[in-house]
Design a protein around this ligand. Structure first.
Ligand code: ADP
Ligand code: MG
Length: 294
């Protein structure tokens, strides 16, 4: 028999001591928490199913999408570069997702602090990200919201891919037709599906485009597609027009530029897969060949 609802929430609060806020979304708050029995620290994403929801229907929609996120996390969370889901609790008004804690926070904040990453650091981050994406794709899952805010760093600055809120399981490559994600990271085929009739749906390659945007941003500290007027930005994305001619690019070697050019490809059939990207010469260089960093 189901327990009365308040007891289910109480179960969570009996098992975990809740601490400070780590991040906030539209209908969720992420907080640090401590498991009483073990004193281990975790991060709990508390999803308020009723927040800013005017109807039971919307509450139910959010419950369904959160359960989808939970199931996808369970399919993915056994990879070293994917956030681990430790525990879950569900009530009629809240869902609690307890994750491993990423003490160093978002790659986004780290990048804001350091502005750019060296080629060596970019190689380390991108290798781990691509390995996570390769794993997700091997499970026929598309993440759809890859960006530095959703890439977390643990104590040792290892990459932990997180936020599977838009992730979807696909049964064929051109299945997805809804516009979701974050403007600057949207692949051309995702934009096109929302703008035109009679274009195919999209699938895994949209994540590879986002990897290209992320890699570009890590190296020079600004995104490849950006314009004050969003319409211009969206046009540049659809044409795949970006530049590596700014002064920051002069000091960057050919391999990373070449890999980016294999990811930011408008034609999804020609765009590199995660597996192809990991086989690119950019990742072949031995660490001991690296120049010392200053
Ligand atoms: P949303 O779907 O609302 O974007 P996320 O799952 O991306 O929710 O979490 C929001 C923010 O909370 C993240 O961007 C990050 O700053 C923080 N956060 C989430 N999970 C963790 C974690 N396991 N460890 C540390 N911080 C986290
Ligand atoms: Mg997020």
């Amino acid at each position: 028999e189901d327990l009365p609802d308040h007891d289910l929430a109480k179960d969570f609060y009996l098992k975990y001591e809740v601490r400070e806020v780590l991040g906030k979304g539209v209908s969720s708050t992420v907080r640090r928490c401590i498991e009483q029995d073990t004193s281990h620290e975790y991060a709990v994403k508390i999803i308020d199913l009723t927040s800013e929801k005017d109807s039971d229907f919307e509450t139910e929609e959010l419950r369904i999408s959160t359960i989808k996120e939970m199931n996808i996390l369970r399919m993915c969370a056994q990879h070293p570069n994917i956030i681990e889901l430790h525990d879950t609790f569900e009530t009629s008004t809240f869902i609690f997702l307890v994750f491993e804690l990423c003490k160093k926070g978002e790659l986004f904040d780290y990048l804001t602090e350091v502005v750019t990453l060296s080629e060596k650091r970019t190689r380390q981050v991108m290798r781990q990200l691509l390995e996570a994406v390769e794993f997700v794709h091997s499970k026929h899952i598309v993440h759809r919201d890859l960006k530095p805010e959703n890439i977390l760093l643990d104590d040792n600055f290892n990459v932990k891919l997180s936020d599977f809120g838009f992730a979807s399981v696909i049964s064929h490559e051109e299945e997805l037709t809804d516009l979701c994600g974050t403007p600057g990271y949207l692949a051309p085929e995702v934009l096109k599906v929302s703008m035109y009739d009679n274009v195919p749906g999209y699938g895994r390659p949209c994540d590879m485009w986002a990897c290209g945007v992320i890699m570009y941003t890590l190296l020079v500290g600004c995104p490849p597609f950006w314009h004050r007027k969003q319409m211009y930005m969206l046009r540049a994305i659809m044409e795949g027009k970006y530049s590596v001619s700014s002064p920051e690019w002069e000091d960057i070697s050919e391999h990373p530029k070449d890999l980016i050019s294999k990811l930011l490809v408008v034609d999804t059939k020609k765009r590199y897969t995660a597996e192809q990207a990991l086989a690119h010469p950019f990742f072949k260089r031995e660490e001991r060949e690296e120049k010392p960093e200053f």
